[in-house]
Design a protein around this ligand. Sequence first.
Ligand code: HEC
Length: 176
Amino acid sequence: MRANQVVIIVGAMIVTGAGLGLSGCKDDGTNPEAVPVQVTDAQLFAMQQPAAGWAFFGNTLDTLFSGGNAAHESRLRVRYNARAATQLDAGGRVRTGAVFPDSSLIVKDLYTNGVRTTVAYMFKLTAASNAAAGGWVWAETDDVGTPKAPASLKGVGCTGCHSPGIDFTRMNDAHP
Ligand code: HEC
């Protein structure tokens, strides 16, 4: 693997970005490998597709009522990939003081009348060109991956509400 290559392995959720932008390459803008990777909506949608391998908030598959915020639909279920699940406690809640490692993916599935209508993503990749504060890439798509809030927007319209949470996550405080 070349030094600056960023590999996102869909399914295993493994991202390597070692040395990204930190190598001895001339900083003259001519080396495409030195450009931080932009995480796309399609990559996020693909990463949430595997049926297995998720941990669920509160260790339950039940949907929850939205915690009183107008930004999302009324019923939701939040799942964590294996990397993100390292920051959950035995009860399936985010640990106090948690800082999610790179490659953590948190997916919020939102339902309207039992049909999934929105998929919201928080994907941590600190070196991504479209990562916002805390290293999170933010996006929302519909059920088939069409962007509703594109990842290119860098969390505009997301981070304001999320900044009070533990490493920008709101499930613990909205669902005490
Ligand atoms: C009006 C406030 C608000 C805005 C704006 C908002 N969220 Fe949220 N979000 C919440 C709250 C509150 C929760 C906790 C779950 C719930 O009750 O809805 C949450 C939960 C989430 C979660 C589950 C992980 C967690 O614990 O936070 C994801 C993923 C998420 N939001 C993504 C987004 C994205 C992407 C955007 C922008 C496109 C966004 N949110 C905008 C309030 C907001």
